[in-house]
Ligand binder design. Structure first.
Ligand SMILES: *[C@@H]1O[C@H](CO)[C@@H](O)[C@H](O)[C@H]1NC(C)=O
Ligand SMILES: *[C@@H]1O[C@H](CO)[C@@H](O)[C@H](O)[C@H]1NC(C)=O
Ligand SMILES: *[C@@H]1O[C@H](CO)[C@@H](O)[C@H](O)[C@H]1NC(C)=O
Length: 296
């Protein structure tokens, strides 16, 4: 999601070429049975987003050794001991927490894959900004370039009653984000997502809720040209309306089977990624080349 500071937003507008109209088609299956098209419901997401503020940081995060193993095994792949390794260079961001691995423009990213568990979200103590929200997603670009193609889930705590809404969404920035209302999303559900670019301006996204066996593909065309150099696995403090949401408290989020495939067929993993932290909101660390964790 894109969240520009006023100054960035102005320069982005000035630099913005006339956009072709982003188009998409969505198909799905439930337990392998096609979902009737009339039952596939898309809605505009409530706002648009991105990678605002922060930056900088750098240096090596050497804090601590191995920590206690996680309390509970996941429904999905085997649980991992978190933070056995902390060697990625870290950076801080206002709203991104997780790994960004950057490829070269001579061997661009073709595809990104990730497998993660939608967290349980609760009100964060001491935070009075509502809504509170946390978005987990994988994506291409948005760090070294302003375009971004991303898909994931979000939890949103609407107000002081603490009611949590969970949903799946995608965004091809600068086009508006869309909510995939048909995709069930519950706290604890595991999602497998692949974003497979078919050109700089087209892609096919596959998303499966592994717990409910709901699988959907989104075929996108005429997006704003991607640089295809950043591979992102992120938990985000998203924006709602004109500013950042309060950052909800969320259960530790593992991204597993995290890899990108490059144009020449080689694979790009998590080790060596820029490891974003949100000061006072979220820490993240790599475990190995295919696994990372973010926690609040
Ligand atoms: C908060 O949520 C409750 C329950 O859904 C609703 O009745 C109320 O109008 C909401 N308040 C605000 C300010 O959104
Ligand atoms: C990605 O797209 C290419 C075509 O560009 C296709 O050959 C390949 O099978 C796709 N990979 C996956 C994992 O869907
Ligand atoms: C995706 O959509 C484009 C444009 O409509 C179409 O040409 C292409 O065949 C579609 N791809 C798949 C795999 O459905």
């Amino acid at each position: 999601m894109k969240f520009f500071s006023a100054a960035l937003f102005l320069s982005a507008l000035v630099a913005q070429p006339v956009l072709a109209k982003l188009t998409w088609s969505v198909k799905g299956t439930q337990n392998g049975v096609p979902i009737p098209p009339a039952e596939i419901i898309l809605k505009p997401f409530e706002s648009a987003y991105g990678h605002g503020g922060g930056g900088g940081g750098g240096g090596i995060f050497n804090g601590g050794g191995p920590e206690a193993p996680p309390a509970a095994a996941s429904v999905g792949r085997a649980a991992r001991n978190r933070m056995v390794k902390r060697a990625n260079p870290t950076a801080t961001s206002a709203n991104w927490c997780g790994s960004v691995r950057t490829a070269t423009s001579s061997n661009k990213i073709k595809l990104i894959h990730g497998y993660f568990q939608h967290p349980t979200c609760t009100k964060r103590a001491g935070v009075t900004t509502f809504p509170q929200a946390a978005a987990s997603w994988i994506g291409i670009d948005g760090d070294s370039s302003t375009t971004l193609l991303q898909m994931g889930t979000v939890c949103k705590i609407d107000n002081s009653t603490g009611i949590v809404r969970n949903e799946a969404w995608w965004q091809w920035v600068p086009d508006a984000a869309m909510t995939l209302a048909t995709m069930p999303v519950h706290a604890g559900d595991w999602f497998q997502i692949t974003i497979n670019t078919t050109s700089a301006t087209s892609a096919i996204i596959s998303i499966t809720n592994v717990n409910t066996l709901t699988a959907m593909t989104i075929n996108l065309s005429a997006g704003t040209s991607l640089a295809r150099i950043d591979a992102d696995w992120i938990v985000e403090r998203p924006a709602y309306g004109s500013g950042l949401a309060g950052f909800a408290q969320f259960t530790e989020t593992w991204f597993q089977e995290a890899y990108a495939t490059l144009a020449n067929g080689a694979s790009l993993g998590v080790l060596g990624a820029k490891q974003y932290q949100i000061t006072g909101g979220c820490s993240s660390a790599e475990y190995d080349n295919a696994d990372l964790s973010a926690w609040s």
